[in-house]
Ligand binder design. Structure first.
Ligand SMILES: CC(C)(COP(=O)(O)OP(=O)(O)OC[C@H]1O[C@@H](n2cnc3c(N)ncnc32)[C@H](O)[C@@H]1OP(=O)(O)O)[C@@H](O)C(=O)NCCC(=O)NCCS
Length: 426
């Protein structure tokens, strides 16, 4: 290991200390060659005072048990109908898997326990069809989970739920993971799968706002691989329930888990919630970061060069979009109160984060702020992105007359010949 890797990891420690991560493993991962490494990684997280809760599925094992015993299963993942024979296989598969996880954890000197914390009730009859032993998570026994964690015990949760009468139901493990993550106020839910992450139309999504994932799931579910639609839906549900970050990673890769948790550019998919939470006012220490961020666009003549003094002079106008404390985009809103106008400027999204709606979020943010300040119109100057502002931001082409006089003078002197765009704020 390089020292720089260690430093890279250490910078995350304060924000993760004593926080809860939910690791939701597909059953197929438990029997994979990389499982032992994954358990070692869990031990590393635990040693850094990160509280880990493991949830697991069992579909792959139910399928292989069914094939071995030549039983016809009614459903694999706890989303459809679970008949008595399938429940029987699910119990065998889930117990075996929980046991293997407990073995893997104790091999790393970790204390762990099979946690019976899912209170379920039957899904019941849906559109005339009785779903028999398929259950729905009604409640998570948070007290039991918290007391296990407080005693240094890693809870391992199978995809099974129990009702008050002691009856067992098969529940979907992704749904269990979301419920547990939400109720324990986990800061991360990590789906550990045999796939590289969420792939849409053949392309891996490396980071995306939850609202964009939700839009893709609703408008184009066929673009995802069938087995990943559930992950995308549950990731959306988790963010909606207050989990700030959901990851989908490939658990068969050596560095899949640590690479994702301790870097800004993991190998899998990061879905993050609450977009405005990522926008903050720039501070004096950000001036250099803004200059570095926009350097490429300045060189390409997309943005005006801004000196340190220029930015500092109107620092209060600048906003930064951060992901995991790294600035990935910025925008400025300069105000001309006498004319009741605002100028949107210095919009830049780093190339690694383009096409995820961040630009639109920043435009929306600047607009909202301009409205709050009582401004009636937003103007901007653009040399190469004017069609973007027209089609994605609702701006219309204007003329130099739309600019406040002080701004117009500088515009005419600059010789950049940018297009003027304007938008009335309702
Ligand atoms: C223009 C810019 C801010 C867009 O940011 P972004 O976060 O990638 O944009 P969004 O995710 O909100 O929107 C992406 C959409 O805009 C389109 N788009 C991106 N840049 C564009 C441009 N220069 N012209 C026209 N359309 C553009 C994309 O093709 C995509 O279209 P789709 O949704 O139909 O697939 C970013 O590319 C950038 O920083 N460019 C360089 C700096 C610049 O020109 N800034 C504006 C000067 S004030």
């Amino acid at each position: 290991m390089k020292l720089t890797d260690l430093r890279g990891i250490l910078q995350y420690i304060p924000q993760f200390r004593e926080k809860i991560f939910i690791l939701a493993m597909d059953g197929a991962i438990v029997t994979d060659d990389n499982f032992a490494t994954l358990m070692l990684d869990v031990a590393l997280l635990w040693s850094l005072n990160i509280r880990v809760v493991l949830v697991h599925g069992a579909s792959a094992q139910i399928r292989s048990l069914a094939e071995g015993q030549q039983v016809q299963v009614s459903d694999l993942d706890g989303g459809g109908i679970t008949d008595a024979a399938t429940l029987d296989l699910a119990l065998t598969a889930a117990n075996r898997l929980t046991h293997e996880i407990l073995e893997g954890l104790s091999a790393n000197d970790l204390r762990a326990a099979n946690a019976n914390v899912i209170v379920a009730h039957p899904v019941g009859i849906l559109q005339g069809v009785d779903h028999l032993f398929t259950g729905k998570v009604e409640r998570v026994d948070v007290d039991l989970l918290n007391s296990l964690l407080a005693q240094g015990v890693i809870p391992v949760i199978p995809p099974l739920g129990f009702d008050g009468d002691g009856k067992t139901y098969r529940v979907n493990s992704d749904g269990v993971a979301v419920a547990v993550a939400a109720q324990l106020k986990a800061i991360k839910l990590i789906f550990v799968t045999p796939k590289d992450g969420l792939i849409h139309k053949g392309e891996l999504i490396s980071q995306m706002l939850v609202s964009e994932v939700s839009r893709l799931v609703q408008q184009d579910p066929g673009g995802f691989e069938p087995e990943m639609v559930s992950k995308a839906q549950h990731a959306t549900a988790a963010c909606a329930a207050g989990v700030p970050r959901v990851h989908v990673i490939n658990g068969t890769l050596d560095e899949g888990l640590l690479g994702e948790v301790f870097s800004n550019h993991g190998l899998g998919t990061l879905i993050y919630a609450n977009e405005y939470e990522h926008i903050r006012s720039a501070k004096k220490k950000d001036v250099r970061a803004i200059q570095l961020l926009i350097k490429q666009a300045v060189e390409a003549d997309e943005l005006l060069k801004r000196s340190k003094a220029m930015i500092e002079k109107s620092l209060g106008d600048y906003f930064i979009f951060e992901i995991d404390k790294n600035p990935v985009a910025c925008v400025a809103l300069h105000t001309y109160p006498e004319e009741n106008k605002g100028e949107l400027a210095c919009l830049y999204v780093s190339s690694s984060h383009e096409n995820q709606g961040i630009g639109r979020k920043l435009i929306q943010f600047a607009e909202n702020r301009a409205r709050e300040l009582g401004l009636k119109e937003l103007v901007l100057l653009s040399t190469q992105a004017f069609t973007y502002f027209q089609s994605k931001g609702g701006f219309a082409e204007g003329t130099a007359d739309d600019l406040p006089p002080a701004r117009r003078e500088r515009y005419e002197q600059s010789g950049r010949n940018s297009k003027v765009l304007a938008k009335k704020l309702g």
